[in-house]
Design a protein around this ligand. Sequence first.
Ligand SMILES: [Cu+2]
Length: 138
Amino acid sequence: MTRVRWAALVLLLGAVAGCAERQAGADGTGKTCTESKDSGGLTVALAYTPCPIRGGQSASGHITVKDSSGAVVKDATVKVLPEMPSMNMKSGEQDATPNGDGYDSKLVLGMGGDWTVKVVVTRGSAAPAEVSYTLSAK
Ligand SMILES: [Cu+2]
């Protein structure tokens, strides 16, 4: 490849990267939505950013768990399991990491469309509590 072609390629790649950054800023990536569900005496809230989630991109999730008295549960094991029922499709399972008042997890919805995001909360030897959220990826 000649020097001129390399220069053109570098310019082209720079233009593509710049475009992606502008789009990320313009479509409100900072917006967070929260949904809450009850199961097995626990209230499990899922906050996710951006809202709506973009199909094929990694979003961030933060899960908080409260017991029936409203106390924050920080000693649970939390798993996140996204599925796309219409296509019998599953995305990568995530183990959420304890952080502050809850648990952090990536949320990777592999494509645009309706997803069921199952969150399984296990405490000690108790039966796991399971909640599902319906999230639409754009
Ligand atoms: Cu799919």
